[in-house]
Design a protein around this ligand. Structure first.
Ligand code: UDP
Length: 242
């Protein structure tokens, strides 16, 4: 497999095509952004940490029957994926109140929700990823009612699996964002799952172990992401040897 020319550079990843038309090469960058890219910083080791966390979580989800675009990790900062016809939605699942939900409804931070909820945002940097409801998704032709039902079911299934995997690492999954698309006609999980796209708190202390430390400038991103990776790796060994 050879990496050929660059196709696209996003906020935290660079995409290349390869000599195989069914394979893309992804490089995770040492870059962090907040406020929809308006604040940008270079952060050493971030690419390697997010790539390793993402590969570990995608491998775990695949082992548990989730269809994804992931092929394999190729280096600390790189992985191979299949090209996917992306649905331009950010699919957010919440277990506890935080972030925009907490601000919007003036709830208590980390207030438990009576059941996990799914929220949809229209993926558009120009529009600042606005909240979008089911009717709007259908009328804009982004997904049909049946597709939306399948997307929500997939997101909730991933939530259950991630909640139990993070719990093994003494982490509570507060909320997370996924992106989905079609691969050979099948709905699949695509893009990234990392502390950039999840809110995680320590089960005991409730300390944040995710991008909130960068957003709120309350801690060192590298230290926190390394802690998440180490905990996941250590609990993986425990899991396998059991
Ligand atoms: N999220 C993301 N990308 C975005 C917006 C949100 O990955 O562009 C994630 C975020 O990390 C959190 C979840 O989606 O885990 C819910 O985010 P929320 O709507 O609370 O927005 P925020 O407070 O992060 O602006």
């Amino acid at each position: 497999m050879r990496k050929l020319e660059e196709l696209k550079t996003g906020k935290a990843k660079r995409l290349y095509n390869t000599d195989d038309a069914t394979v893309l090469w992804v490089e995770y960058l040492d870059q962090a952004t907040a406020l929809n890219g308006k604040r940008k910083e270079k952060i050493a080791s971030k690419g390697a940490l997010n790539n390793q966390i993402d590969c570990l979580l995608f491998n775990y989800l695949i082992q548990n029957g989730i269809a994804t675009d992931f092929i394999r990790q190729v280096s600390a900062t790189e992985q191979l994926i299949h090209p996917v016809k992306m649905i331009p939605l950010e699919v957010v699942v919440r277990n506890l109140a935080s972030g925009s939900f907490q601000r919007k409804f003036a709830t208590t931070y980390l207030q438990p929700l009576s059941r996990p909820i799914v929220e949809l945002f229209y993926k558009s940097d120009a529009l600042d990823d606005p909240f979008i409801n089911d009717d709007q998704v259908e009328v804009l032709g982004l997904a049909s009612a049946a597709e939306l039902a399948a997307i929500k079911q997939l997101a909730l299934q991933i939530n259950q699996l991630l909640q139990s995997r993070f719990a093994q690492a003494n982490l509570t999954l507060v909320d997370f964002k996924i992106e989905v698309g079609y691969l050979a006609g099948q709905l699949v999980l695509a893009d990234e799952i990392s502390p950039d796209s999840c809110r995680l708190v320590d089960q005991t202390t409730q300390a944040s172990l995710d991008k909130d430390v960068f957003r709120k400038q309350t801690g060192d991103l590298t230290t926190v992401y390394q802690e998440v990776l180490t905990r996941l790796q250590n609990s993986e060994v425990a899991h396998v040897s059991r």
